[in-house]
Design a protein. Structure first.
Lengths: 252, 186
């Protein structure tokens, strides 16, 4: 849909098949998206597995990084859920590292941001809610559904309150997935648009004198996008912790 | 806010295109790519989860707890060593004070001992001197008596010589003694 010669801000989100694979009649091709998922996992694994391989008491650089990531996620998780939340630590940690690595790798020019596709963020959100539901029901049985029944509410108001609680619970995976998706998508589009402005102004003769303005904005936006890349991974993680806390302690 | 406007703008412009043709529409909403993305996501995230939960996290956790244990035991050791050193220092101080007291006692003893010795020596010397004085006095008296006896003899000689000179005849010793005794008797 892009005209040749113009810069299309949507082009960067296109899935390109690198190795066509067809499994059971489904298109399971190895795409640029899959490639960057593999890279994100590889980078994380390199830091965490290779970095901790020496097991030294006084850590080197890579081991410090691995320990920092471990303690950061562990502190976030225990801060919200307490000690008993640590049984979900591998899950929460993998989630944070995958989203963080994918967001950060997406900042490399020419790369692909896997988290800018709603199917990826929605899959993560559904996974989180599934874990919360399963953990809550396994841990507390029917008591888990007490989550939807606030205490100390007058009887006639209770149905409405339950309805509101159910709606709020159901909207969690939607907001969780849309927040990450929207942030990554909009940020990358904004970057591309301002980048395209610079190129367009430079090609427009005398107006080229204005080209540094969008360039400055693009630089500032890039810094902001790095912040957003970390922040959205953190927000995704801490909300996961909050939802897990509901599964661990369903009482209001 | 601008971010949401921008994405809303993009979405609204892309949606009709997506509806019109499934291929080449807004890529994140292209359902033909969903199955593949989900497949690769499950594969990669599953791998990551396995690697983290089986290998990386237990290892890092072990490193951290080992470090904590090392630091704790080192601190405990250090405080133990400090307590030992303090006890040692206290012991040394006590020993020092004891030694000082000992030294003072020894010095005191030596002082009194030497004073006593000096006193004894002085009294012995004094006694000796007194005895010598007594002996000297006795010898003086003896010499004096002897001298006195000699004086009598000299007087007798002188008397007999004077008498002989005057009378031309020496008196007898008995007469001289008698005369002298008579003169002394006056």
């Amino acid at each position: 849909m892009a005209q040749p010669g113009t810069i299309d801000p949507i082009h960067q989100f296109e899935i390109q098949k690198l190795v066509p694979i067809n499994l059971f009649g489904f298109d399971m091709s190895f795409t640029n998206s899959a490639l960057w998922m593999v890279i994100a996992v590889s980078v994380t694994t390199f830091v965490m597995v290779y970095g901790s391989a020496s097991r030294s008491i006084v850590p080197g650089r890579l081991q410090s990084l691995a320990e920092m990531a471990y303690e950061f996620v562990a502190n976030t998780l225990t801060g919200v859920t307490g000690r008993e939340g640590m049984k979900f630590f591998p899950f929460v940690f993998s989630l944070f590292m995958f989203v963080f690595a994918a967001n950060m790798l997406g900042m490399i020019p020419g790369s692909f941001t896997t988290t800018s596709h709603i199917i990826v963020t929605a899959a993560f959100a559904m996974l989180v809610i599934t874990v919360v539901l399963v953990a809550g029901i396994v841990g507390h049985g029917s008591h888990f559904f007490g989550l939807f029944v606030p205490s100390g509410v007058p009887g006639w108001l209770l149905p409405f309150m339950v309805l509101i609680e159910v709606v709020s619970f159901v909207s969690r995976p939607i907001s969780l997935s849309l927040r990450l998706f929207g942030n990554m998508l909009a940020g990358h589009i904004a970057l591309k648009v301002f980048g395209a402005f610079v190129a367009a102004l430079l090609g427009a003769g005398a107006a080229g004198i204005l080209a540094p303005l969008p360039l400055l904005l693009a630089v500032a936006l890039t810094a902001l996008e790095f912040l957003v890349a970390f922040l959205q991974a953190y927000v995704f993680t801490i909300l996961t912790c909050v939802y897990l806390n509901d599964a661990l302690h369903p009482g209001h | 806010m601008r971010r949401f406007l921008a994405s809303a703008l993009v979405l609204s412009s892309a949606l009709p295109a997506f509806a019109a043709e499934s291929k080449g529409g807004f890529p994140p909403f292209n359902a033909t790519t969903f199955a593949g993305q989900l497949f690769w996501l499950a594969l990669t995230f599953g791998t990551l989860y396995l690697l983290m939960s089986r290998v990386a996290l237990p290892r890092v956790g072990a490193i951290l707890s080992e470090r904590e244990a090392t630091i704790e035991s080192s601190l405990a050791q250090a405080s133990k060593a400090q307590a030992a050193a303090e006890a040692e220092a206290q012991g040394l101080e006590q020993a020092l004070a004891k030694a000082k007291a000992n030294a003072q006692a020894i010095a005191q003893e030596a002082r009194t001992k030497s004073a006593r010795e000096i006193d004894a020596k002085r009294s012995a010397v004094e006694k000796d001197l007194a005895a010598k004085m007594v002996a000297a006095e006795a010898s003086i008296n003896e010499t004096k008596a002897k001298a006195m006896a000699n004086v009598e003899d000299i007087a007798k000689d002188a008397v007999s010589a004077i008498v002989e000179q005057l009378a031309g005849k020496a008196p007898t010793a008995a007469a001289v003694t008698k005369a002298i005794n008579a003169a002394r008797g006056e």
